[in-house]
Design a protein around this ligand. Structure first.
Ligand code: OSB
Ligand code: MG
Length: 375
């Protein structure tokens, strides 16, 4: 199978409300969509990177550059297997050590292409013969708010909508008081926090105090390369630490578990460099009895559907950051949109590929730039 063309489509969609994490705020989510074409079929992907490098170093600009100027040559030159092309492109990408979000986007497009050509849901390809589920449990991730009443309103609405757990973003100075207020107003709700690397080794004593709030987990308190500091905190608290930014490869995840730096892993295939790597981390954690869940990056519909598909694997036993489209967008780019059911779950599509149509008219409305790469 040959890839005849690659579309790179940069869009920007306004969020329904700004999303603040420890490092900055996101108001309009920029993203690069990737579509590969082969023999009348196509596959869609959404790169995880945003306009600014708030989460990791990658941006829409670096992803575009790396795909257009480095990866495209191999993608457009090689003959690809009709079955297992996702794994084949993951193998090809091993020659480049960095840029996981760029790799993940190209790979994801191949998985969707193969699934569509074979008439299978992409979840079935990700599962590789293992049992899957027909819906996945979801939680909501809420950004930092200056005003507690605004946050309380968001939590009220999330609980009423049926979200299975609430994740709060925290930062230095916006942590203990917020949690005290949330616990006193909302009681025993399933609650966790995410610091997005916002603390340093000087803050360990402060973070030990989080133990009293009965949190499901504390996600990524320290910088991504501070595995030792994570292990030192985990040693002092009962609350499990969950790694997000630090879990950048199968190898590093394994080392982190060996060191006692975490008891839960957030799987984001974009951060890990592809679906194959995400599945490998899932399998590693399953073998070691470490639960995982699927993280999110404010994805639009294409990335969200790929994430829902991967979250069907058996060791995704905790609620996932895979909220309904309406939690992020006035109108998502897929048809139908992703909706929450009465049990706080989202359905796994049964159609071929990612299973929902992409609204090309909306891509035009949200468009920043587009280009098509050919051999
Ligand atoms: O750390 O999980 C994160 C959004 C942007 C960047 C990083 C993160 C997030 C989220 C959003 O928490 C989760 C979602 O997509 O609902
Ligand atoms: Mg996180």
């Amino acid at each position: 199978m040959r890839i005849e063309a690659i579309d790179l489509i940069h869009i920007s969609i306004p969020l329904v409300s700004p999303f603040r994490i420890s490092r900055g705020v996101i108001t309009d989510r920029h993203m690069l969509l990737v579509r590969v074409h082969s023999e009348g079929a196509f596959g869609w992907a959404e790169a995880g990177a945003d306009l600014l490098p708030l989460y990791t170093y990658e941006t829409v600009g670096t992803v575009r550059h790396v795909i257009a100027d480095l990866f495209a040559e191999d993608v457009l030159r090689r003959e690809w297997p009709e079955q297992g092309c996702g794994h084949a492109v993951a193998e090809q990408h091993r020659k480049w050590p960095w840029h996981p979000m760029a790799k993940a986007a190209v790979e994801e497009a191949f998985w969707d292409l193969e699934a569509r050509r074979r008439g299978l849901p992409v979840a079935e390809l990700y599962a590789g013969g293992r049992p899957t589920r027909d819906r996945v449990e979801v939680g909501i991730s809420l950004g930092i708010q200056e005003d507690f009443e605004v946050l309380a309103g968001q939590i009220d609405r999330a609980l009423a909508a049926g979200y299975r757990r609430v994740k709060l973003k925290i930062a230095r100075g916006q942590d203990l008081d917020v949690l005290r207020n949330v616990r006193s107003r909302f009681g025993d709700i399933p609650l966790m926090v995410d610091a997005n690397c916002g603390y340093t080794s000087d803050d360990v004593d402060l973070l030990v105090q989080l133990d009293e709030f009965d949190l499901m987990m504390i996600e990524q308190p320290f910088e991504y390369d501070e595995l030792g500091t994570h292990a030192a905190l985990q040693e002092r608290i009962d609350t499990p630490i969950c790694l997000d930014e630090s879990a950048k490869s199968v190898e590093v995840t394994e080392r982190a578990l060996d060191m006692g730096a975490a008891r839960i892993i957030n799987i984001k295939c974009s951060r890990l460099g592809g679906r194959a790597a995400g599945i490998a981390v899932h399998d590693l954690c399953e073998a070691r009895g470490v639960p995982v869940w699927c993280g999110g990056m404010l994805e639009a519909g294409i990335g969200r559907l790929h994430n829902i598909a991967v979250a069907t694997l058996p060791n995704f036993t905790l609620s996932n950051d895979l909220s309904a489209s309406s939690r992020y967008w006035k109108r998502d780019i897929i048809e139908p949109e992703v909706e929450l059911d009465e049990d706080g779950c989202v359905a796994v599509p049964t159609g071929a590929g990612i299973g929902h149509a992409v609204r090309e008219d909306l891509l035009d409305r949200y468009l920043i730039t587009r280009e098509t790469l050919r051999p």
